[in-house]
Structures are given as structure tokens and as C-alpha cells.
Write a protein that binds this ligand. Structure first.
Ligand code: OMP
Length: 237
């Protein structure tokens, strides 16, 4: 295992702040661009990351009807990013359309298709939220597993899940299904809005391929120290 398994989100509002964060943490090789930054900068941020030979997780969490999602996936696949997200709750037809669309979009652009991964249940949702607010009549781990299996059967490459469900998803989805875990918190970090977290070492031990760790690093008084501390706790080099 190495530190390329830790993805850091560029959860900032503009290009300048994103570049400042990248400059501050040159050791990070895998960055995530999410809704806030992509809405602000468009693909310009992807060009900056590519010029620095960074890996890119484009986390746009598509969720719409199949025709619309397929169009968005075709467009996003042109960027030559490594990972792209869609919500599993888009449904089977939409997931299948997305799988086809990333192939078509990438082929047209002459680039490698991104690995398409499905959000199962957001890590900010508690079991109580799922049952009482979203009215889902399944236990949360069971629903997360159903969403991962739906994505796998539709041909997606993997899923995003909380570290609390990753062991179960790994058992059921097999070793080749990519499992990316946000909602990761070292014992010394604030949980914030994350409701189903585990520590980085617990998440890897449970079977995660990649961890997404943001504020424990990016909002730390000394982000480099926080990054080093996490790598040290994981024995990464
Ligand atoms: O798709 C994601 O990356 C994601 C899915 C999810 O269920 N929960 C979740 O927190 N994320 C993202 O992971 C990152 C977590 O950031 P921190 O909570 O600051 O570590 C954010 O950029 C979220 O958008």
C-alpha cells in the first residue's frame, strides 16, 4: 500500500485556492474535484491537475433520468479523468446508460474511459435519516449493499461507501470491485457532518481500495503535518 491510496478533495471555491492547496501539499498525488470547485472553475481545474501529472477523481455525483445522465457522462468522459461518480439511486436503466456513455465519450475523445463508481448511501446520512426522513424500509447496511450490487450488475467499476459498510460490500462484490471510502476520520479529527466514519487504518483493514480524506488534512492548522501523521499511522511511504 502507498499514499496514492489517499485521495484529497479540493473542496474550495475557486482556482486560486485550489492551486494554493496543491502547492501546499505537493506530496498528494490523487485529488478530487467536486461540485463546488467544478461549478466554479469548469474544466480549467482539470487542466491544472493534468499539467502536474496528478490523478483525478471527478466527483460530480450525477443523478437524473437516463438520457440526461448519459449525456453528462459522455461529456465528462472526454476529460480523461480516473474516477467519475453517479448515484446508484438513479436506477438500473440509468446506470447501464452511464456505463455505455462513458465508453462512447472517451472513445470519441481518444482518451481512456474513467472508472465509473456509484454512490451507495452518502456518509452524511445516519440510519435514522434513512429510515425516518428518506423512508427506506431496509437497514442501512443492507440498503448500501443492494445499491452496490445494483451498480455492479449494471456494469459499473465500483462504489463509494462508508467505511462502516466496506467489509460487507467487499465480501459480496468481490476483490475487483473498486471501493472508495469517504467519511474517514483519524481519532484526533472532528467528525463534522460525517455520520458513519471509521479511522483510516480501520477503513483499509475493512477492505477499502481508496480513502477520501478532506478536512482532517485541508482544514488542519498544519495540513502537511496532518498528512504526515495519517501516513505514519498507516505505515505508508
Ligand atoms: O463522493 C464522495 O466523494 C463522497 C461521498 C459520500 O458519501 N460522502 C462524502 O463525504 N463524499 C465526499 O468526500 C469528501 C469528504 O470530505 P471530508 O468530510 O472533509 O473528509 C467530500 O468532498 C464529500 O463530497
Amino acid at each position: 500500500m502507498n499514499d496514492e491510496k489517499i485521495i484529497v478533495p479540493l473542496d474550495v471555491s475557486d482556482l486560486e485556492s485550489a492551486i494554493a492547496l496543491m502547492d501546499q501539499l505537493p506530496q498528494v498525488s490523487f485529488w478530487k474535484v467536486g461540485l463546488e470547485l467544478f461549478t466554479s472553475t469548469g474544466p480549467a481545474i482539470l487542466d491544472v491537475l493534468k499539467s502536474r501529472q496528478k490523478r483525478i477523481f471527478l466527483d460530480l455525483k450525477f443523478h437524473d433520468i437516463p438520457n440526461t445522465v448519459a449525456g453528462a457522462c459522455r461529456a465528462a468522459a472526454r476529460y480523461g479523468v480516473d474516477l467519475l461518480t453517479i448515484h446508484a439511486t438513479c436506477g438500473n436503466d440509468c446506470l447501464k446508460a452511464a456505463v455505455e456513455a462513458v465508453q462512447v465519450g472517451a472513445e470519441k475523445a481518444g482518451t481512456k474511459p474513467p472508472k465509473l463508481i456509484a454512490i451507495t448511501v452518502l456518509t452524511s446520512i445516519s440510519a435514522r435519516d434513512l429510515a425516518f426522513d428518506l423512508k427506506i424500509p431496509l437497514e442501512l447496511p443492507e440498503f448500501a449493499l443492494e445499491m452496490a450490487l445494483l451498480a455492479k450488475n449494471a456494469g459499473l467499476n465500483g462504489a463509494v461507501c462508508s467505511p462502516q459498510e466496506v467489509a460487507q460490500l467487499r465480501d459480496s462484490c468481490g476483490k475487483d470491485f473498486l471501493l472508495v471510502c469517504p467519511g474517514v476520520r483519524p481519532s484526533w479529527a472532528e467528525k463534522g457532518d460525517q455520520k458513519r466514519s471509521l479511522t483510516p487504518s480501520q477503513a483499509f483493514q475493512a477492505g477499502a481500495d481508496f480513502l477520501v480524506i478532506g478536512r482532517p488534512i485541508t482544514a488542519a492548522a498544519d495540513p502537511v503535518l496532518a498528512w504526515d501523521k495519517i501516513c505514519e499511522e498507516l505505515n505508508l511511504g
